[in-house]
Ligand binder design. Structure first.
Ligand code: BEZ
Ligand code: FE
Length: 305
């Protein structure tokens, strides 16, 4: 046997060991582990499904297309991860929301469930005063009053925590998707008071379709999947010494709670939106507390500027 014959692939199955060998000296141990596992799964997938050259070309084109469809208004790469359930999987895996401890010494409260960030968070929403209305300009809709308390893992209120909120309008569009809305409409950051409480006013958001004009829309159509997310508010709750909680609160009763195209809904994240008539006009209220866990305060990279 010549020396070359042990280092050159002879069959489809013989490529992987050579690739793993080539990557095996990667000094960064975590990169080495991730790339070895990813490559192994990719090879297994290609062998199992017998991917054709045309299908490989199509996959490369999809990746190029989601990159090229990403700009300062939309992030098609994140959307692709969302539609595959990958964003929700990473959020749930890394924020397991353990149950409240029954250990009398620990006295730990259950952490809030996390949910995917989505493509529409902007990092610099205006700081607002408690009770401010984030429905700016002429945003028409059912008034919604939102309040709650931010707690630490012992159930103690956290004063001075930041509650960053963003949501779609009553016609189902984020301000960056809609020229009719003011810059930063339906976005704001609130500080909790000495009792850990936050409070803001807004209008009830509508459910909306995820963007379908790009390659991800083509994929949804090819899979006969609907694009409609249930109505929700996004929250990012942070304070030093605690893990940043990224989550969403969904409108109870929404028809799409069990068919969210990005798999973001978990049972504790369905909020109780109380709606009643005051002087003949609807008024909605939502009370939503948040429970943080200790950890590093790390913010995600904003999907759009
Ligand atoms: C959102 O909730 O903002 C969102 C999440 C995933 C895809 C599109 C939008
Ligand atoms: Fe959203």
């Amino acid at each position: 046997m010549s020396p070359a014959s042990v280092t050159l692939p002879t069959t489809a199955e013989s490529v992987l060991p050579l690739v793993l060998q080539a990557m095996s000296r990667t000094p960064d141990a975590r990169l080495r582990e991730l790339m070895a596992s990813l490559t192994s799964h990719l090879h297994a997938f290609i062998l199992e499904t017998r991917v054709t050259e045309e299908e490989f070309e199509r996959a490369v084109k999809f990746i190029i297309d989601i990159g090229q469809a990403t700009d300062e208004k939309t992030n098609e790469v994140i959307l692709a991860a969302d539609l595959l359930g990958v964003s929700s999987l990473v959020a749930i895996l890394n924020n397991p929301a353990p149950h409240a401890s029954h250990d009398a010494h620990a006295q730990e409260e259950a952490a809030s469930h996390a949910a995917l960030l989505g493509p529409f968070w902007r990092a610099n929403a205006p700081f607002c005063q408690a009770g401010d209305n984030i429905a700016r300009g002429n945003t028409l809709g059912t008034p919604l009053d939102v309040r709650g308390v931010v707690y630490d893992k012992h159930g103690q209120p956290l004063a001075g925590a930041t509650v960053d909120v963003w949501h779609a309008s009553p016609v189902g569009l984020y301000e960056n998707q809609d020229d009719a809305q003011e810059n930063m409409n339906l976005r704001g950051r609130f500080k909790t008071d000495a009792h850990g409480a936050y409070h803001f006013k807004t209008v009830r958001p509508a459910g909306y379709p995820v963007p379908t004009h790009g390659p991800c829309g083509d994929l949804l159509r090819a899979q006969l999947r609907h694009p409609n997310r249930p109505a929700h508010l996004h929250f990012m709750v942070s304070t030093p010494g605690h893990k940043v909680l990224i989550t969403q609160v969904f409108a109870d009763g929404d028809a799409n709670l069990t068919s969210d195209p990005v798999f973001g809904v978990t049972a504790p994240l369905v909020g109780q939106f109380e709606e009643r008539l005051i002087d003949g006009r609807p008024q909605a209220n939502l009370t939503q507390d948040f429970h943080l866990v200790e950890g590093e305060m790390h913010f995600p990279h904003p999907p759009i500027p």
